[in-house]
Ligand binder design. Sequence first.
Ligand SMILES: *Cc1c(COP(=O)(O)O)cnc(C)c1O
Length: 351
Amino acid sequence: MYPRIVINLPKLVHNAKTVTSFLKARGISCFLVGKVMAGNKKVLSRLASCGFTYLADSRIQNLIRLKTIPLPKALLRIPMPSEVNLLVDWVDLVLVSELETIRKINQRAENRAKIIDIIVMFDLGDLREGIFYKNDYINLIEAILKLSHIRLRGIGTNLTCYGAIIPDTDNMNALVAIKQTIEEKFGIVLDIISGGNSSSFYLVDQLPDAVNNLRIGEAIFLGKETAFGTALLGCYQDVFRLEAEVVEVQDKPSYPIGTMTRNAFGEIPHIADQGKMTRGICAIGKQDVDPVHLTSLDPAIAILGASSDHLLLDCRKKVTVGDKLGFRLDYGGLLQVMTSSYVHKKIMKNE
Ligand SMILES: *Cc1c(COP(=O)(O)O)cnc(C)c1O
């Protein structure tokens, strides 16, 4: 079935083990952030035995689907109040920032005779989730510690998501200062200090000792850290390959003919006149993945654009209808194709 995403499982397992053993040697535990796999059980159950402490996802549906995987489950996205009941049944640990939601979780957990672990998120300047680090957090922590069915496991931060702020020793030290303040003020020990995602990877050797956890997705799946996009030593960058089938190859002009208006997506196209062109069409489109996320694996084939169901190509070599063409995906593209029910998932168990 095409289009399909070919997943090289042995390479992925290798990346996962490389990342977890690298971090473990530096005293850092690792959550497996599987959200880019859209809950794919075959892939994630294989990764579960690669040295991770939690299976983490933003979507509770994925954690429920993956419930038989023998790792505790962590919910990454600050929970919706409306998902608290599900959360208490299916999630072991949750990242939080809102007292009202935490109270709701406590209430439900009490009804279900459960204890829910939480990590309180701090915003160190990236301006996505968490309590802004300069605001008061003592009252929040005090209120949390009064709750009978909530266990405060630690604090965490998330960087390089909205504001594209990279982790550095300044913001990591700010996180550690928060930990020390909380521990001293309340006489408690926070056992998880979670220093971020794949963008913190480059900083691992300079992280303050107190930072003892990272939540890693992209570095494992694409073999790259995300602060600078550098390939990780000993990891594969070619775990995934998108394949699409050619349905038309014809010689045509490169510039449209007639009066130009907006295209199917309401945009005015910017098209360069490159003279005559051999144009190919693959049966994949924006309903599967936005072409900005794709790179052609063949340098003689260039991506021109896409509509919902057609990917348009400039073919500078012989291409035949029925050929299967390969593409590399970035993180956003991988997320889209894994989420699309129109893209077949082909898992290679051997290299
Ligand atoms: C997605 C996510 C991660 C993992 O990010 P990567 O860049 O894929 O490593 C970590 N923490 C949170 C809260 C996330 O939402």
